[in-house]
Structure formats: structure tokens, C-alpha cells
Design a protein around this ligand. Structure first.
Ligand SMILES: [Fe+2]
Length: 369
């Protein structure tokens, strides 16, 4: 028996410095066969972010099955039970689909019903709720920022998920906004409203100096316990790339009980399991300490953040950002061990946007250098 495959993978045209991302057509994710999945997996590890077009009919069950196929030994949702903690900064942004609890609904606006949820109100996060400074409200319609650069990961107890699947169910009429970095560089970028922005961790590593590469390869990052609760009062830099240091993090006695064995210490550089390329992969706002090659543990938070920022900031330069222009039915799959991503944009209350997202705590820790 031959299994026909019409799957087509088209790399995105490289712009100045960016060389990642691909468009995939000719596949139905509700009926994905093994050959097609192998094509998808190869494309994911080659291009880091792949956009599978025309999947409006994809069911939550098929989305979970697809996500699980990248790591069949994984079972739990990527954030485990952390969303139950009301204090977590992730809590207001995600709603769970009752009949497929590994799949979350995110978006903006009011929905009478969706996948068994009724009368739900979604809210697209706005940078003003998280950044230390904000774009003046009267400029909101035309200007925006990266909300929060991150890896999808609990970063406590559970391993960072290998792949995230993110599907556009409903997308409001398109307009563009100007994204400002507001960090004194004058950097800005024209983006589609409500884009998801991606940068390659491989490029972020490749453009470092040789000394910085050696530092990154040999340094480990310790994340805060219950990081999304720990950082809940702290505020972000204007680039969305990590936090400003004002001593606002919660102290240990303000956190849920901490099991020391569940604190995550991960390599700063993660290896692509297929290509062997190295990616600089640090969740910038959850960083707590750095463990250096000589055994030194740096725990002065401001210094730790400044080091990570200097390493990561070149990798989010405007020409390195892929800002996906969402169309309904797009299923984006990204290699969560090889990129950072950020929500972008400011919606009005009546602009309805619905997305489904799934990621699963990995069955093993990321590979180091
Ligand atoms: Fe995310």
C-alpha cells in the first residue's frame, strides 16, 4: 500500500537577518498519517516555526493528538496545575476546554459559547498591565509593544514542552500597528494587529561573540520557584524582554509551598535534536540565578537580569522578528526549545479574537550544548 502525501513545505522568504519559518499546505490535521507527521516534524526542527494553512476544521482532539505526537511520552498540560493558583500572572489569560483539558482558549471579547464553554469573556493581554512604563492611552490604537517574550513552560517541577500548537479560530479585521521598543534605540516594527511575534533562539545564539557563546554554553539558569506567582508584582522592561529590578518579586513565604527538588536549573543553550544547532533559550522574566562553569552561583537579581538581557537583546532586533499575520484556520506549530515568542497588540473590547493553544510538559529536560 502506498500512502499518498501532498504535503508541501515552503520556507518563508528570508528578510534581512531572519531565516526561519515555513508555510505548510496540502495536509488535513484531522487525518494526519505517519508520513505527513514525519514531514511536519522535519520541517519544525528545520524552520522552528511552521504555519499549517487551512485547518479551520481541526478539532481540539486532533490538536491534542498532534501536539502529543511530538512527545508521545508526555501527558500533562504544559503548565500542570499552576493555572489554578489565582495569584499566577497566567491565570486570567487562559481558559480550559472541558472535553479536551490540555487545550486552552485564549483571545479577546465575549463569546456566548465555544467548545462547551458558555458565556466566556476573553481578554488579550495589554502591555500596560505588565510593563513598568506604557504607551499613552491616546496612542494605543496605533502603537503597541511586545507584551512578554517567553518560552511556554511552567519552569517549576515540569519540563518545558517541546512543541506548542496555536490555532486561529477567529481573527478580527486586519489593520496594522507600529510596535515600539521604547528602549532608547529608536527600534520599531510595523506589525499586523494581534500578531504573534517569534524570534529564533538559534539566531540569538549565532550572533553572539565567541566569548559570549562560550559563556552561554557553560552557564546554567536557575528559575524562581513558582515563577509566575513570584513575578506577579514585578514589571517588565519596555521591550517585553525580562523584568526591571525594583525588588517587587514575592518572597519565599508569600509563595505556595516550595519543594527544593522541583526548582529548575536548565542549560542556557538548548540543542536541536535533529540538526544539532544550538539555541540561546532563557525565559527572561523567570530567571532567578546563574550557575557558572567554575561553580559560582550569581544570585544578585539585577546583575543576573542584566547579563541575560545583554545576551538576548540583539536577537530581538526588528529584522530578526517574524510577526505572523494570522488568518483563520492557521495552525502554527513552534519548536518551543528553539524560539521565544510574544503576544503583541492592543484590541478594543468589541474586537473578537479566538485562539486554541496546546502544549505538553516534555518527557525529558531540554538537551544542553
Ligand atoms: Fe506562549
Amino acid at each position: 500500500m502506498t500512502v499518498a502525501s501532498n504535503i508541501k513545505v515552503t520556507p518563508l522568504p528570508p528578510t534581512d537577518g531572519r531565516s526561519f519559518g515555513a508555510i505548510v499546505t496540502g495536509v488535513d490535521l484531522n487525518k494526519l498519517n505517519d508520513i505527513e507527521f514525519q514531514h511536519l516534524r522535519a520541517a519544525l526542527y528545520e524552520y522552528t516555526v511552521i504555519v499549517v494553512k487551512d485547518q479551520a476544521a481541526c478539532t481540539p482532539a486532533a490538536q491534542y493528538a498532534l501536539t502529543n505526537r511530538f512527545d508521545p511520552a508526555s501527558t500533562s498540560y504544559g503548565h500542570g496545575k499552576t493555572l489554578d493558583t489565582k495569584k499566577s500572572i497566567l491565570h486570567p489569560d487562559l481558559k480550559t476546554i472541558p472535553h479536551q483539558p490540555q487545550v486552552q482558549v485564549i483571545g479577546n471579547g465575549h463569546l456566548d459559547s465555544f467548545e462547551g464553554l458558555t458565556d466566556i469573556k476573553l481578554k488579550h493581554p495589554h502591555h500596560a498591565t505588565f510593563h513598568a512604563t506604557r504607551i499613552p492611552a491616546e496612542e494605543d490604537e496605533h502603537f503597541t509593544r511586545f507584551y512578554r517574550w517567553h518560552i511556554d513552560a511552567a519552569l517549576y517541577d515540569l519540563n518545558p514542552p517541546r512543541a506548542t500548537t496555536l490555532m486561529a479560530v477567529r481573527v478580527p479585521e486586519g489593520r496594522t500597528q507600529t510596535l515600539r521598543y521604547d528602549d532608547g534605540t529608536g527600534d520599531e516594527l510595523t506589525v499586523p494587529l494581534g500578531t504573534t511575534a517569534f524570534v529564533s533562539g538559534y539566531t540569538m545564539y549565532d550572533i553572539l561573540s565567541d566569548d559570549d557563546k562560550a559563556f552561554a554554553r557553560t552557564t546554567k539558569v536557575e528559575y524562581a520557584p513558582h515563577p509566575y506567582v513570584w513575578m506577579s508584582s514585578a514589571r517588565s522592561r519596555s521591550t517585553g524582554l525580562g523584568l526591571v529590578s525594583e525588588g517587587k518579586e514575592l518572597s519565599l513565604d508569600q509563595l505556595p509551598p516550595v519543594d527544593e527538588s522541583k526548582i529548575q536549573v536548565l542549560p542556557m543553550v538548548w540543542k536541536n535534536p535533529v540538526t544539532g544547532r544550538l539555541a540561546l533559550q532563557v525565559h527572561p522574566s523567570a530567571v532567578r540565578k546563574l550557575h557558572l562553569a567554575d561553580g559560582t552561583v550569581m544570585d544578585e537579581l539585577r546583575e543576573v537580569r542584566d547579563i541575560v538581557y545583554l545576551l538576548q537583546r540583539p536577537g530581538i532586533a526588528p529584522e530578526l522578528v517574524y510577526a505572523h499575520d494570522w488568518e483563520e484556520g492557521d495552525m502554527v506549530i513552534f519548536n518551543n526549545h528553539g524560539c521565544l515568542h510574544s503576544v503583541v497588540g492592543a484590541f478594543k473590547e468589541d474586537e473578537v479574537r479566538v485562539f486554541r493553544q496546546c502544549n505538553l510538559a516534555a518527557s525529558a529536560a531540554p538537551l544542553g550544548a
